[in-house]
Ligand binder design. Structure first.
Ligand code: DPP
Ligand code: ZN
Length: 867
């Protein structure tokens, strides 16, 4: 397979200002008639019109109404090349496609009997021949014809123009989208769907119809998503001055969907998992996730649709910016400190390892084989961190001015991340040339610190040194422009002024490999609080002495940094314990940690959501990342033991908190935090091993008023196999076997359970009538959970799970290459394990590559992983 390089980019030779599409929908075979107004770009050296196409049957091709002679076009492996066209003409292309056979879920396909589309990144070429690249923007007119009984609802982008009856029980609808858009934002839906409607009045007083289309039996699970949409629309007006622009905004929920959701202009298509929710079926975390995805896709209307990407190397232009925007939105709805902590956890648990492994790539990659493989944590989460650093460096008001300029200047255009940074530069007057390296340099920078205190001069010296480990294809790293927010604490717990105008927090700008910052008028050796709010996506190497950490756990007022001190403390203990496990030593808990932990539990001042975050120990995967060789057994043992000991030592306090947080209703930040704390206490109580706790968890399960409590009980019980958990799982299955999204929780929980015989259990789950390899949600629930969240099971030393997954991934590749490639990511970290596990994973990767029919998607992941 051939890779695509950023440096090979050339601007399009032909424009397509207008497209008319007519779909004659039939599941077996659909005819698509495309009328393209094409115009050659004056002076462009390339004269041929290159159209991409995949899995299409060409029926006819004509120019200005005249059939085109076959000498003027050539069907190639990637599409269609047309020669000697008039400089400006109308091209009619008729193709036939086969929605029912489309199991890749890209292009036009069928989900639960409904037609739907997914065109990002390159799915439109599976619908018709087209210059399917994001820098070709067109105004779309779409006519849909279908059987009226089976498909009463016919939707596409933009505003509805006409609809009516046809012969033979068929009907049609006509849609017009006035905003020029790239083909990846095209969407079509046809089916027997029920509608939950509402309205929104924009800041300038226009009324917008809001419609949420779902299967009729899900109509009672729509109101939360609708409220989230209205909140998002209002928030984008208030926080960013962005108003909605069409008369109607639609969301459709479909069950078979490769991603979470898709921001098609005016017609978002969502994985039903990211829309449907009621307290009976969804947990608090599900609600929060749904609200943030609704917001994310809605925000794309400006950051992505009105201003889009020039090419797919610029993907983070829209994704990084939109993730940043949805993070800010959620922070405003809940508790900003908690949101920040959760985002940092996500980044460190998922993006840092990606950036430290064979798949590492810059926020703006240089090349790819298959763009679908680049919808990564780096593009999304690190991309959002880069935008956040820009906000930190510019300050909120200049940053906002910069974004206004960006939207203004580039409305209706397809642009680059450079254009984005340039707009911020122009609006702020700041030179960001050094900062731009964040877009091109892969890898997580490491910060080392050195402190000095000069008593006689009353000066505190802080030396910061940065370096970045080399990543595949990038051996030499340049210093980055890193904002480092700091505060200094006196022994009393008061903050010492350290910035301009006696500010108590300041942002240092590290731009060289090493710099020393001098703080004057410091009269005692201070306690340093570094990287407050996680002001940059870096790793801090520091001594992290227990006294300092305990001090910060007590006095720190930055939510992230306070939490971080606790995490660092726990991490140090856990890492020492891993070594103790490996050397058969006893695991003895540092009393300073249990004291700090107990103090935290009793701290009535702290928000319960923050207490819950601090009580949550670093994940096994994060712990493994800190070791030179991952030892899954020792990591698991160390973490379980720490939970057990904390559960035992703080048993009565936890019982007290558990009882105090019973029966909390509502969806405000306080209620959410209290319910989290409630469930977490139950988990610790069960971890203590006291039998009383199991009884409590069983009661908790049977009296659960909602899914948050139900899952709280199951998660607390899952750590230990036994009678109680099996009884609850059986009950859950009976209750929810007809609700696939709820049953996914059951699948996932069992696939993650750290019990012996995990592989057999996974194989059993795959034989369950509710499981199917064709549905991405089921695959993620069982196989995604197993490979990503069950290290003991997946990395079992006999290597059987590796061999099993290799075969399964190949089976899946024949159905859906995107999902197969995602799943294959489970082998990308093989170098981090011992020799036996390395060998097993290498063999699995080799097995995948030996398959002659392997897809480009899967080939890229497997070959890069092997390195
Ligand atoms: N739908 C995906 C997202 O919004 C890809 N654009 O991130
Ligand atoms: Zn997005």
């Amino acid at each position: 397979p051939k890779s695509t390089h950023l440096t090979d980019y050339t601007s399009p030779a032909w424009r397509v200002p207008k497209v008319s599409l007519c779909f004659e929908l039939e599941p077996e075979e659909t005819r698509v008639t495309a009328m393209l107004c094409v115009e050659h770009v004056d002076g462009h050296p390339q004269r041929d019109l290159v159209l991409f196409g995949e899995e299409l049957v060409l029926e006819s091709l004509s120019q200005n109404g005249e059939p085109l002679d076959s000498q003027y076009y050539e069907l190639t492996k990637d599409g269609l090349v047309i020669r000697d066209l008039d400089e400006s003409c109308e091209l009619e292309i008729v193709t036939r496609i086969h929605p029912k056979r489309n199991t890749a879920l890209s292009g036009l396909y069928i989900s639960e009997g409904h037609f739907c589309t997914q065109c990002e990144a390159e799915g439109f070429r599976r619908i018709t021949y087209f210059p399917d690249r994001p820098d070709v923007l067109s105004v779309y007119d779409v006519r849909i014809e279908a059987d009226e009984k089976r498909y009463p609802v016919l939707l596409s982008n933009g505003n509805p123009v006409a609809q009516g009856e046809l012969d033979n029980g068929r009907h049609f609808a006509h849609w017009h989208d006035p905003f020029p858009k790239p083909s990846y934002l095209f969407a079509l839906v046809a089916g027997d769907l029920a509608c939950h409607s509402d309205q929104f009045v924009t800041a300038s007083g226009r009324t917008v119809d809001l419609r949420l289309y779902v299967q009729a039996h899900n109509l009672d699970q729509c109101s939360f998503a609708m409220q989230a949409l209205k909140k998002s629309m209002r928030w984008d007006e208030q926080a960013f001055g962005r108003e909605y622009d069409l008369d109607i905004f639609m969301i459709v929920a479909v069950d078979d969907f490769n991603m979470g959701a898709m921001e098609n202009k005016g017609l978002n298509i969502f994985n039903s998992k990211c829309v449907l929710a009621s307290p009976q079926t969804a947990t608090d975390d599900d609600f929060i996730m749904i609200e943030s995805i609704i917001a994310h896709e809605y925000f794309h209307n400006w950051s992505g649709n009105r201003v889009t990407c020039r090419d797919w190397f610029q993907l983070s232009l829209k994704e990084g910016l939109t993730v940043f925007r949805d993070q800010e939105f959620t922070a405003d709805q809940t508790l900003p400190g908690v949101k920040r902590i959760q985002d940092v956890q996500r980044l460190r648990n998922l993006q840092f390892p990606e950036d430290a492994g064979p798949m590492s790539h810059p926020v703006r990659p240089q090349s790819y084989l298959e763009i679908n493989n680049f919808y990564t944590m780096t593009i999304y989460e690190k991309g959002a961190e880069v935008v956040r650093m820009l906000q930190t460096l510019l300050g909120a008001s200049l940053f906002r001015r910069g974004l206004d300029l960006y939207f203004d200047r580039h409305d209706g255009q397809a642009v680059t991340t450079d254009d984005f940074v340039k707009a911020l530069e122009d609006a702020s007057g700041r030179d960001l040339s050094l900062f731009r390296r964040w877009y091109d340099q892969a890898g997580t920078p490491v910060l080392e610190i050195q402190e000095g205190f000069d008593d006689s001069a009353s000066e505190y010296h802080l030396s910061l040194r940065q370096h970045c480990p080399s990543t595949p294809g990038q051996d030499v790293k340049m210093p980055l422009h890193i904002p480092v927010s700091v505060a200094l604490f006196a022994a009393s717990g008061e903050k010492i002024p350290c910035g301009a105008d006696a500010a108590i927090e300041t942002t240092l700008e590290l731009t060289e490999q090493q710099q020393t910052f001098v703080f004057k008028d410091v009269h005692e050796p201070p306690v340093l609080s570094l990287l407050r709010g996680f002001s940059a996506p870096v790793i801090v190497r520091d001594q992290h002495r227990p006294e300092t950490l305990a001090f910060l756990m007590q006095h720190e007022d930055d939510a992230f940094s306070r939490w971080e001190a606790g995490q660092r403390f726990a991490l140090n203990i856990l890492l020492a314990w891993v070594a103790d496990c490996q050397n058969d030593r006893q695991l003895l808990l540092d009393p300073r940690f249990s004291q700090a932990f107990a103090a935290l539990l009793k701290d009535a001042q702290s928000h319960p959501a923050l207490v819950a975050e601090t009580m949550t120990l670093p994940s096994e995967s994060y712990l493994g990342d800190q070791l030179s060789t991952i030892d899954v057994e020792a990591v698991h043992m160390a973490r379980c033991t720490l939970m057990q000991q904390l559960g035992q030592q703080c048993f009565s306090t936890m019982v007290e908190i558990y009882e105090k947080t019973q029966g909390i209703a509502g969806f405000d930040a306080l209620a959410l935090g209290q319910r989290r704390l409630h469930n977490l206490c139950l988990t610790y109580l069960c971890a203590s091993g006291e039998s009383e706790a199991q009884d409590r968890a069983l009661q908790h399960y049977h009296h659960a008023p909602d899914m948050t409590h139900t899952m709280g009980a199951l998660r607390a019980l899952i750590a230990q196999p036994g009678e109680v958990i099996h009884q609850c799982l059986g009950d859950f299955e009976q209750r929810w076997k007809d609700q696939p999204l709820v049953l996914d929780k059951w699948f996932s929980l069992q696939a993650m359970a750290p019990w012996p015989d995990s592989l057999e259990r996974v194989q059993d789950l795959m034989r369950h009538p509710g499981f199917s390899l064709r549905n991405p949600n089921r695959v993620r629930a069982v196989l995604g959970s197993f490979t990503m969240a069950n290290p003991l099971g997946f990395h079992a030393i006999d290597g059987q799970a590796y061999a099993f997954m290799a075969e399964l991934i190949l089976e899946l590749d024949a159905i859906n290459p995107q999902i197969a490639a995602r799943l294959a990511g489970c082998f990308s970290r093989w170098r981090r394990f011992d020799a036996v596990r390395q060998n097993g994973q290498q063999q699995a990767l080799q097995r995948i590559l030996a398959q002659p029919s392997v897809s480009r998607d899967l080939y890229e992941i497997a070959s890069r992983s092997l390195g």
